[in-house]
Design a protein around this ligand. Structure first.
Ligand code: DAH
Length: 373
């Protein structure tokens, strides 16, 4: 029959706590063993590291340890007393060993917990779900918006299904102009109640008209968005993206236009880049000009992107035509203004080194994943 309700050291290993173990076990009968055991329990409570535990072990169980020394008292005992003392002696010795072991494990566990609290576990997979990113056209769109907003422009929008008058006539594009040809325009049926054709807007320029009709000058806006044309080949898609800029006030000149374009391309490409005008024709501006930017890749030396010309064509621009001012009720004698427009997709391709426009709209995950934002 076991004398100790805890089953001796076996129970102690499970409990693993000096204080609890001391309460659970009934002490040995011999007062010297009892005192030794209590002294150990008290000392073990204070031992806070491995070195202290080792010192305790030596102090009690070492060859010259205090418990070991008690063995000698057996010489003076009767055989029956010696047997009982011997059994208790062994139990206390086992108990001390078990307590030291349990305490050591407890300390190691505490150390590990402290370490874990201090260091990040880099092997933990925190976000196993692949993260999405904005499409490069959206990234470019937002970048342009930011640049123009910083220059004092307001962002405006207009409908994609546009009135034929706003898309064409008010912009001085007469009915026989090639841009109104069936080849280019998506017509929406039915026409408006008053017989006007309804179209998918072929450019963002009608937002100029809507902005000026909405209020008096001065006006300083940009409009970004989808536009639609019946075109589909390596360099054209039926839907693409444009940005339109419009500035109207007193004494606005072509010099303001050039300075604005210069600031905008330098901000977008994050380096100073020249801009040049080439005379061109657009019905809604006079004079009209296409504008080019110094190739940001070769800085004008000539490379494959600029086709060895040192310049990259960006878009169209010019001074707002008096006929456009008249269409919106502005007095061309009082105000002047300029406008520009260009493709956002082409800008995205330039910024990210993409060579084929169609890649932007194929939705191929392998392509899109290359441009995290
Ligand atoms: N709307 C023209 C197009 O779609 C682009 C453009 C050219 C816009 C000249 C302008 C401009 O504002 O002045 O090709």
């Amino acid at each position: 029959m076991r004398r100790w309700p805890c089953g001796g050291c076996r129970r102690l290993r499970v409990v693993g706590r000096v204080a609890e173990a001391a309460l659970l076990c009934s002490p040995p009968v011999d007062p010297r063993l009892r005192a030794e055991r209590e002294r150990f329990i008290e000392a073990a409570r204070k031992a806070d590291d491995d070195a202290a535990l080792y010192a305790l072990k030596v102090e009690f169980l070492g060859k010259k340890g205090s418990l070991s020394k008690l063995r000698s008292v057996m010489r003076d005992l009767s055989p029956a007393e010696r047997k009982a003392f011997g059994r208790d002696f062994n139990t206390v010795k086992d108990e001390i060993e078990a307590l030291i072991d349990a305490r050591r494990k407890e300390l190691a566990k505490r150390r590990r917990a402290e370490e874990l609290a201090r260091w990040e576990d880099v092997s933990v997979v925190l976000d196993p779900v692949p993260r999405g990113a904005l499409h490069i056209v959206t990234q470019t769109w937002r970048r342009l918006e930011r640049v123009f907003e910083n220059m004092g422009f307001t962002v405006h929008d207009g409908p994609h299904v546009e009135h034929g008058k706003t898309n064409f006539d008010d912009l001085n594009i007469p009915p026989d102009h090639p841009a109104r040809d069936m080849q280019d325009t998506f017509f929406v049926v039915p026409p408006t109640d008053d017989g006007w054709e309804r179209v998918l807007r072929t450019h963002t320029s009608p937002v100029q008209i809507r902005t000026m009709l909405a209020g008096p000058p001065p006006v300083r806006v940009v409009a970004l968005g989808q536009v639609y044309r019946r075109d589909d080949d390596a360099t054209h898609t039926p839907m693409f993206h444009q940005i339109e800029g419009l500035y109207v006030d007193r004494d606005v000149s072509m010099a303001d236009l050039k300075a604005t374009l210069y600031h905008f391309v330098s901000a977008v490409f994050e380096t100073d880049l020249d801009v040049r005008f080439r005379p061109s024709f657009f019905p809604f501006v006079e004079p009209g000009a296409e504008f080019d930017v110094r190739c940001p890749f070769c800085k004008g030396d000539g490379c494959s992107v600029c086709k060895r010309t040192g310049w990259i064509e960006l878009g169209g621009s010019g001074m707002v035509h008096p006929a456009v001012f008249e269409a919106v009720g502005y007095d061309p004698e009082e105000v002047s203004g300029w406008a520009f427009g260009f493709g956002i997709d082409r800008m995205a391709m330039l910024l990210h080194g993409v060579s084929d426009l169609r890649l932007l709209f194929d939705g191929d995950q392998r392509f899109l994943e290359q441009f995290p934002c």
